[in-house]
Design a protein around this ligand. Sequence first.
Ligand code: FMN
Length: 190
Amino acid sequence: MVYAENADTFPHIVRGPLHFRTKPSKSIGMDSKALRHTLGNFATGVCVITVPDPDHVDGHVLGMTANSFSSISLDPPLVQWCIDNKAHRYAVYAEAPRFGINILSGAQGELSRRFARHNAHIVPEEKLVREDNPLRLRDVVGYLACETYDTRTLGDHLVIIGRVTDFDADPGQSGLTFFRGRYGHIGTDT
Ligand SMILES: Cc1cc2nc3c(=O)[nH]c(=O)nc-3n(C[C@H](O)[C@H](O)[C@H](O)COP(=O)(O)O)c2cc1C
């Protein structure tokens, strides 16, 4: 990461054998609950990251709610999200060669709650995903199809970087937001 090149400016970053790594929060005396609380003051959108379910035949998909998503680069087109090392679904997401990023609309708060639960898997009969693309949820504000480009463990999360292979957006809908632990929506009324 670029900002890690100057370790004097960023003393919480230390040089590891192969790359920069962060010190565990305890070693710099941080209260991680208070840190989490402070980070929650950054308003985000909400995504559901979809991957094929490796335990089932085609058409079965796993979804996970995430708000760590952000863009990285336009050329090449790269985006990222992070998964908690302790997530039950960790191995599936860490090893998936491709994944979908579904940006939820203001009307999709219930989907966000559902996919924040254990083993939230989608069966084809639900008709929750589009027929032309099983990784794409219906009625989302935006969708990005990604190939896994790189992964890197940093602290207690795995950063998953995707190369965007397809995308589109529906400007007619509001977006779901997450701020201080609460859902809201922004943009066009739904
Ligand atoms: C609004 C919201 C955003 C979330 N963002 C992330 C995230 O970016 N990364 C992550 O690992 N978990 C995130 N979670 C938690 C996951 O959705 C999931 O509940 C958790 O990782 C447990 O997964 P497991 O059932 O596989 O153990 C978020 C949950 C909510 C409600």
